[in-house]
Design a protein around this ligand. Structure first.
Ligand SMILES: Cc1cc2nc3c(=O)[nH]c(=O)nc-3n(C[C@H](O)[C@H](O)[C@H](O)COP(=O)(O)OP(=O)(O)OC[C@H]3O[C@@H](n4cnc5c(N)ncnc54)[C@H](O)[C@@H]3O)c2cc1C
Length: 466
């Protein structure tokens, strides 16, 4: 369809001011937090389910691809318009529609930022648990589409464990409600299918999510170690002792240094690793849990264990952890965030291997990770202006994922497949496994218009022609 005619029809649906198509604007929407770029033909700001349905129907009528976009913070190229088409920007659908306290549910629009939602609940005595470190800028719709995790997901589960129902605009423009407030709905578990589908099955325009009461008390600990092995062994020891802290996060020396220099949150500069451990629950039990964890940290080699004495100190520790990716940007012009998982007992081994990969490819690789989940994030530093370096980085990243798989883990803990890990899918799935997922895609989206070219390793010529 001619570009001008498409833009004109889009303007009739959402209003003139809500459609962008200038070269400069398209440049702003050609990238996200991954390393690829591709220009869309138009960007549309939507305000309601009806508008989304109108836009998608139009795309379907003319065979134009569409790509939903929230905050654009995903790290796997999920919002890159691989085949061009229309970017559907959800950020203005950002209201809380209902907080249903007796049923512990909330109805929210997908463009709401995760942190803003959480901050609205806190004064009411409630919380929404999935908390990606990007929560200031990541939307709930993006969280749903990526099945995002976060520090508190070790104890409480990732996004899919907190999404009960969704309103979705299907790729032909029909509006469907899947799941709902009730704990179980008859038929297929379609919210389970949609969560983590990365915009390839349609667009979520409303979500029913689980909220919970705030814990009566919280304690946050910082444990410092002279070796990464001791820190990792503590993580396994805590879990083996039958304890499930709310968070078990870890950072290595390079990350600690970058964070401390940018955020000044009180991390010691001379240790090899720190663990940030948080326990929550009934006040009466907190002291017992905390002491047991302090003892385990010490018996596994911790040099010092500090318990945050007040909310300000606790907030500073979390600012350090949540600011880690940003702080690492001080170390190099670019970095690739790997997102593999291993059984948590394999952490010491995989971290040694990651260091070997760094040496082999002559690349610096700081590490920050959700240690409790065995979800590592090696950050491979480089300069994007150097094509040879970038090629080395991509090889190193793939090799790390391969190692994760060899150790019994997988290729993504939380950042999705997007464009980045299409080839890595073959490390964990057979052709038949992949085919079973493609069948789901084809059932929802027979014309392959919803975020095409993502997730599945189709033969390159088919993928490009699709
Ligand atoms: C500094 C930093 C820290 C991060 N930390 C974490 C972390 O701790 N845990 C974690 O899991 N991730 C993390 N991420 C990755 C990222 O923030 C998450 O994937 C997040 O959920 C993306 O949200 P978004 O609104 O930015 O989505 P986008 O990047 O805009 O979109 C992500 C995907 O969702 C699809 N999508 C967006 N909205 C919708 C919708 N309404 N309906 C259907 N599909 C939709 C898009 O098409 C795309 O495929 C981090 C990223 C950064 C930059």
């Amino acid at each position: 369809m001619a570009h001008k005619a498409l833009v004109e029809e889009l303007r009739q649906i959402v209003g003139k001011a809500n459609v962008l198509d200038s070269g400069v604007d398209m440049q702003l929407y050609q990238y996200d937090a991954y390393l690829e770029e591709r220009r869309p033909d138009a960007v549309v700001f939507v305000n309601s389910t009806d508008e989304v349905a109108g836009v998608v129907k139009l795309c379907n009528k003319h065979g134009v691809p569409f790509v939903p976009r929230g905050g654009g913070t995903n790290l796997s190229g999920g919002t890159i318009p691989f085949k061009g088409g229309v970017v559907v920007e959800m950020i203005r659908m950002n209201r809380i529609l209902e907080i249903d306290r007796p049923n512990l549910r909330a109805r929210v629009q997908p463009g709401m930022f995760n942190l803003e939602f959480g901050n609205t609940l806190i004064p009411l005595g409630y919380q929404y648990l999935p908390d990606p470190a990007s929560q200031k800028a990541a939307t709930l719709g993006g969280n749903v589409a990526e099945n995002s995790g976060g520090p508190h997901c070790f104890k409480y589960g990732v996004t899919t464990n907190h999404v009960m129902g969704l309103t979705v605009v299907l790729p032909d423009g029909q509006v469907a409600k899947i799941g709902g407030k009730a704990p179980d709905t008859p038929g297929y578990d379609l919210p389970g299918v949609f969560v983590g589908s990365e915009g390839t099955l349609g667009i979520c325009t409303e979500a029913v999510v689980r909220i919970v009461r705030l814990a009566e008390g919280v304690k946050t600990l910082l444990a410092n170690y002279d070796s990464i092995d001791e820190g990792s062994e503590t993580v396994s020891a805590i879990v083996a002792a039958g304890m499930v802290p709310a968070t078990l996060e870890m950072m290595d020396q390079l990350v600690i240094k970058a964070v401390e220099e940018s955020i000044h949150c009180g991390f010691p500069l001379d240790c090899a690793t720190v663990l940030i451990i948080e326990v929550d629950g009934l006040k009466d039990d907190l002291e017992i849990q905390t002491q047991a964890i302090v003892d385990l940290c010490k018996s596994h080699g911790a040099r010092e264990v500090r318990v945050a004495k007040d909310d300000a100190e606790r907030a500073a520790l979390w600012a350090g952890r949540r600011g880690a990716f940003g702080a690492v940007a001080r170390l190099a012009p670019s970095y690739l965030v790997c997102d593999g998982t291993v059984p948590r007992t394999a952490l010491p081994k995989i971290l040694r291997k990651v260091a070997e990969v760094g040496k082999k490819y002559n690349l610096q690789i700081p590490n920050v990770f959700h240690a409790g989940d065995g979800n590592l994030h090696p950050l491979i530093l480089f300069d994007w202006r150097d094509a040879e370096q970038k090629a080395r980085v991509m090889k190193a990243g793939m090799e790390i994922l391969q190692l994760c798989v060899e150790m019994g883990g997988t290729i993504s803990g939380e950042h999705g497949v997007g464009l980045e890990k299409i080839d890595a899918m073959r490390l964990v799935f057979t052709e038949a496994d992949i085919r079973s997922q493609v069948l789901v895609k084809q059932a929802f989206d027979p014309r392959n218009l919803a975020n095409p070219g993502k997730m599945f390793p189709l033969p390159e010529e088919v993928r490009r022609a699709a």
